[in-house]
Design a protein around this ligand. Structure first.
Ligand code: NAD
Length: 423
């Protein structure tokens, strides 16, 4: 365990994997999971921990640590993103891999859960070094990947270009295999709609959750932390469906405008400077201030554990939509529950990404492409179904949507594990 501060009344913040285990156990108890299942479902199937040496432009050598954790494959091939970030460690990757198992099960996709990551700050690398890193990492973990074994995708600081390098490096060794990875460029077998899918899914889920309590998104004030793939597409889609984006932020800081931020202007500023900071038609926000700004819906779409005991009492939103993975610590989760704030959990809220990846993979293995409209319609349907199932289960068991989502997922994975004879 690590602590959030040095004072004596500290919240002991469990490691990321311990947090997921806590949520798992709470839900497992609700459904009366058999004792024999706990060990199989709590631990990873395989953890690959590799050295990734890269020859640098200056002639030197840097050695990074890379991980691929395959948590559970009872329901299908392992599936999960690869992130490049200096905070990546085995505990984080393990936690995210297990979240993928519960996410794919909740969305009823024929996949298991995995995650990968390299402990690197990609902003310190040139494009050539980034390519070299990606190719070396792919070569090193290639033996545990495969279109019916484990299919990576983008995550934080990895994009369609990184996926293209990954596919090329894998194909050089095993033969042309577009279905080895999702989130590819459109010209290489990517699916129209996939890039937008996580952000769009965030909005599909929010809209459905609102409909269930007789509300629409019209005029709803939304604040979004993170303006990368997920945050920026969620912002566009919220705005397109009538919501008002009052605040957005990125690693450089944030902006706030109670009358609504012009998302096109924010995108244009971001394209020029790489940040939303400095947009003139908005007030500038100090780091962290976005999370506690006046809004109805707060969407963390950047890092994990940003909602914690230090700010949970100050959050003003009525709804928290977890677009990022693991953004809420267990104590903050309890505080939100006590305060009547509805937290739509990550496994549901950002499930549009892996659902879109499933659509891309399906098209790749069938060599049959869909129209983007078809992609979006199917995505919306799946996101609405999962939202209904989660909130229905929450009502049935008298638990939070998070515990309900885990309960549904655990039941599905446990059934498959039992049928396959794992337990
Ligand atoms: P990204 O790299 O495209 O964007 C990350 C954004 O977060 C950037 O705007 C960055 O500036 C911002 N950021 C970083 N540190 C910050 C800080 N301290 N304060 C404020 N902003 C900060 O990443 P992404 O793909 O958009 O992923 C964001 C989150 O969504 C991650 O938690 C990821 O695991 C999760 N997620 C992504 C996908 C996907 O399809 N990309 C799917 C499911 C979940």
């Amino acid at each position: 365990m690590t602590s959030e501060s040095n004072d004596e009344n500290v919240e002991l913040v469990p490691r990321s994997d311990e947090i997921v285990t806590m949520y798992f156990r709470e839900a497992a108890e609700v459904i009366g999971l058999a004792d024999s299942m706990y060990e199989v479902l709590e631990t990873s199937y395989r953890e690959t921990d590799v050295q990734v040496p890269v020859h640098c432009d200056n002639g030197g050598l840097r050695v990074f640590r890379g991980y691929r954790v395959q948590h559970n494959g009872a329901r299908g091939p392992y599936k999960g993103g690869i992130r490049y970030h200096p905070a990546v460690d085995i505990s984080e990757v393990r936690a995210l891999a297990s979240l993928m198992t519960w996410k794919t099960a909740l969305l009823n996709l024929p996949f298991g859960g995995a995650k990968g990551g390299v402990n690197v700050d990609p902003s310190e690398l040139s494009l050539r070094e980034l390519e070299a890193l990606t190719r070396r990492f792919t070569q090193t973990i290639g033996h545990v990947l495969g279109p019916y074994r484990d299919i990576p995708a983008p995550d934080m600081n990895t994009n369609s270009q990184v996926m293209a390098w990954l596919m090329d490096a894998y194909s050089a060794r095993f033969g042309y295999t577009p279905s080895i990875v999702t989130g590819k460029p459109l010209s290489m077998g990517g699916a129209p709609g996939r890039e937008q899918a996580t952000g769009r899914g965030v909005v599909d889920v929010t809209q459905r959750a609102f409909e269930r309590v007789g509300r629409s998104l019209d005029g709803v004030r939304v604040a979004i932390q993170g303006f990368g793939n997920v945050g920026s597409w969620a912002a566009r889609e919220f705005a397109a469906r009538g919501a008002r984006i009052v605040a957005v932020s990125d690693v450089g800081g944030g902006i706030y405008n109670a009358d609504g931020i012009d998302i096109d202007a924010a995108l244009a500023a971001n394209a020029v400077t790489g940040s939303v900071v400095g947009l003139t038609e908005a007030d500038q926000l100090a780091p962290g201030a976005l999370l506690v700004c006046r809004c109805d819906v707060l969407v963390p779409a950047a890092l994990g554990e940003v909602l914690n005991r230090h700010n949970a009492e100050d959050i003003k939103a009525e709804w928290i939509i977890e677009a990022a993975n693991n953004p809420t610590t267990p104590i903050a989760d309890k505080i939100f529950n006590n305060r009547g704030i509805t937290v739509v959990p990550d496994v549901l809220a950002n499930g549009g990404g892996v659902t879109g990846s499933y659509f891309e993979w399906t098209q790749n293995i069938q060599q049959f492409t869909w129209e983007e409209e078809d992609f979006n319609t199917r995505l919306g349907k799946r996101m609405r179904t999962a939202t209904d199932e989660t909130f229905d289960a929450a009502a049935k068991y008298g638990v939070t949507p998070r515990v309900a989502a885990f309960a549904i997922a655990i039941e599905r994975v446990a059934t498959a594990a039992k049928l396959r004879g794992y337990v």
